[in-house]
Design a protein around this ligand. Structure first.
Ligand code: PGA
Length: 255
């Protein structure tokens, strides 16, 4: 079912206390100020998950996610965390395919396809990120890039499993740069993604898939971005580290 979601991605920020305190603030503000039609997901570093999962507020649609998992179930992978381990400390979602993981940690489409399977096998819902670099945008290849990321990362799933996925379109040139895709640019890609999904899985699946926008989303541009027909919410980096800014973005769906 297609939903309105605002997901925060804290990346490698906040020590334990800072993260717990930010999450508590978010939960309290959501309780007081948010109507609850929208879902709020906070994807924290692993160190916070066990504690903040106990503060999560399912009655008000606030839940938590991890930012990565390893594709193997367990074993000799020093420093890694498996899907079942993330699940065991309360994660319900996991960001996969983030451009920072693709660029800095060598995560290929093939590895990501395995991570998607590992997540689903352990009842973690993937927030699967796709998006083009600046060069790919400027050379006009971005539609091909996005289609290929979908085909190689998630199109091995049958329709039932695909239905558990949230997609996030994150143009790499807009992440953490202060540059945002214009509402028209973002809508164009979101509509394209929905068409690619319709061709593969049929119109129903395409219509019911939640597709978030990410990339320098903030309180002043969220409303116009989220009012686009095929944009269902956002994946928020920098602005998710300030409770007031994050809440303002979440509240975009109040009206
Ligand atoms: P940003 O990050 O909002 O800081 O651009 C978005 C993301 O990387 O998910």
């Amino acid at each position: 079912m297609r939903k309105n979601i605002v997901a925060g991605n804290w990346k490698m920020n906040l020590n334990f206390e800072e993260g717990v305190s930010l999450f508590s603030e978010i939960v309290n503000m959501v309780k007081d100020e948010v109507i609850g039609k929208q879902e709020v997901i906070v994807c924290s570093p692993f160190i916070h998950l066990n504690t903040i999962s106990k503060l999560a507020d399912t009655a008000n649609n606030v839940s938590i996610g991890a930012q990565n998992i390893h594709q193997a179930e367990s074993g000799a992978y020093t420093g890694e965390i498996s899907a079942s381990q993330a699940k065991s400390v309360g994660a319900e979602y996991v960001i996969l395919g983030h451009s920072e993981r693709r660029a800095y940690f060598g995560e290929t489409d093939a590895i990501l396809a395995e991570k998607v399977d590992a997540a689903l096998k352990n009842s973690l819902f993937p927030i699967f990120c796709i998006g083009e670099t600046k060069d790919e945008r400027e050379s006009g290849r971005f539609f091909d890039v996005i289609k290929s990321q979908l085909e190689k990362g998630v199109f091995h799933l049958d329709a039932e499993h695909f239905g558990k996925l949230i997609l996030a379109y994150e143009p790499v040139w807009a992440i953490g740069t202060g540059l945002t895709a214009s509402p028209e640019q973002a809508q164009e890609v979101h509509a394209f993604i929905r068409q690619v999904l319709a061709d593969k899985y049929g119109a129903d699946v395409a219509e019911n898939t939640t597709i978030l926008y990410g990339g320098s989303c903030n309180p002043s541009n969220a409303a116009t971005l989220f009012s686009q027909k095929d944009i269902d919410g956002g994946l928020i980096g920098g602005a998710s580290l300030k409770s007031r800014d994050f809440l303002e973005i979440v509240k975009t769906f109040n009206s």
